[in-house]
Design a protein around this ligand. Structure first.
Ligand code: R2B
Ligand code: URA
Length: 312
C-alpha cells in the first residue's frame, strides 16, 4: 500500500506515468465494475475510453446552467460542426451534476461547497482514468468575493488556502485528519496570465484564494441569518487575509487543488470577483453585469484552450 501511495510524488516516477490520470486507490483494480453513481455512468454500461478517451481539457464550475453555457460557448469558439443548442447532457440520467463534451473539452458542474465538488471529483478522476485519458488539464471556473479588487476582476489562483491562510486541505478519514497540499500548477497559471494580457476587458491578477465551508459567517459576512462578530472584527479578518496574499474567497478551491495534485492532474482555479468584500457583503450588481462577469473566466480559459490546440 505504501509504495502505491508514493508513486505519484516519488522521484523515480517517469514522464509516462505522470501524463496518465492516476487514481490513488489500489482497490479499484480489483473491482469488476465501477459505477459512477452521481454521473449515472459505469464501466460496464458505458464504453468510457470510446466516450471520453480524447479529453484534454476539463472545465468544472458550480452551476449547471453556467457549465451548459460554457459548453455552447466553447463549441462556437472551437468552430465545431453541429448545433451548439443541441449539445446533450451526458449525465441526463441524474440531476446531481451535468456534463457536456465538446471535442477535447469536457464541461462539468459541481454544485456548491467542498462535499459537493469532492464527490464529483472522485467520479470525474475515475472516469478520466477508466477512459485512459492522458495530458489532461483541469480548470475550475467560478465566482468569488474579491478582497481589495474591483468587481469583475479575474483571479488566477496562486495558492488555494484555508480559513487560516494555510495552503492545505484537511480531509477526515476514518476519524483522523489527513492534511493534503493544495499546490496548483505554476506553469498553467502563468500561461493563463499570459492569455489575459492578449485579451481585452479581462482584468486579471494572480493571488491566493481562500476556500471556506460557508458563504455567510464562514466568509465574514454581516448579512447572514446568524452573525457572531462585529463589523470591526470582519474588517480585521479581511485585512489579515489580504496581507497573507488572499485576493478572493470561494468555496471549493482547496479540495479541488488537493485532489488534482494527488492524482497528478495539472489544475488551475480561475474565478471572477463579484464584489469587493472591503466594501460590502451583498451581491447587488445588476443581473446583466453579473452575467458578463461570469463569462470572463470562460473567455480566458477558452483562449488558453484555443492556443494549446494551435487555433490562435
Ligand atoms: C462561489 O460561489 C458559490 C457561492 O455563491 C460557491 O460555490 C463558490 O465557490
Ligand atoms: N462566491 C463566494 O463564495 N463568495 C462571494 O462573496 C461571492 C461568490
Amino acid at each position: 500500500m505504501t509504495s502505491f501511495l508514493v508513486k505519484c510524488a516519488g522521484k523515480d516516477n517517469n514522464e509516462y506515468l505522470k501524463q496518465q490520470v492516476q487514481v490513488k486507490n489500489p482497490y479499484l483494480e480489483t473491482m469488476e465494475e465501477d459505477i459512477l453513481y452521481h454521473f449515472s455512468l459505469g464501466t460496464k454500461t458505458h464504453n468510457l475510453p470510446e466516450m471520453f478517451g480524447d479529453i484534454k481539457f476539463v472545465c468544472v464550475g458550480g452551476s449547471a446552467n453556467r457549465m451548459k453555457a460554457f459548453a455552447q460557448f466553447i463549441h462556437q469558439e472551437l468552430k465545431m460542426t453541429g448545433n451548439p443548442e443541441e449539445i446533450r447532457d451526458i449525465c441526463e440520467g441524474t440531476d446531481r451534476y451535468c456534463m457536456y463534451k465538446v471535442g477535447p473539452v469536457l464541461s462539468v458542474s459541481h454544485g456548491m461547497g467542498v462535499p459537493s465538488i469532492s464527490i464529483m471529483l472522485h467520479e470525474l478522476i475515475k472516469l478520466l482514468h477508466h477512459a485512459h485519458c492522458r495530458d489532461v488539464v483541469l480548470f475550475r471556473l467560478g465566482t468569488s468575493g474579491g478582497i481589495g479588487l474591483a468587481p469583475g476582476t479575474v483571479v488566477v489562483t496562486e495558492k488555494a488556502v484555508d480559513h487560516s491562510f494555510r495552503p492545505q486541505f484537511e480531509q477526515v478519514v476514518l476519524g483522523k485528519v489527513v492534511t493534503r497540499s493544495t499546490e496548483l500548477d505554476e506553469g498553467v497559471a502563468a500561461e493563463l496570465l499570459q492569455c489575459s494580457s492578449e485579451l481585452q476587458n479581462i482584468p486579471t491578477v494572480i493571488g491566493n484564494t481562500m476556500c471556506t465551508h460557508d458563504f455567510y459567517e464562514g466568509q465574514g459576512r454581516l448579512d447572514g441569518a446568524l452573525c457572531s462578530f462585529s463589523p470591526e472584527e470582519k474588517q480585521e479578518y479581511l485585512r489579515k487575509a489580504y496581507e497573507a496574499g488572499v485576493r478572493n474567497i470561494e468555496m471549493e478551491s482547496t479540495v479541488f487543488a488537493a485532489m488534482c495534485r494527488v492524482c497528478c492532474l495539472k489544475a488551475a482555479v480561475v474565478c471572477v470577483t463579484l464584489l469587493n468584500r472591503f466594501e460590502g457583503d451583498q451581491i447587488s450588481s445588476p443581473h446583466d453585469v453579473l452575467v458578463e462577469y461570469q463569462q470572463r473566466p470562460q473567455v480566458l480559459v477558452s483562449h488558453f484552450i484555443k492556443k494549446r490546440l494551435g487555433q490562435i
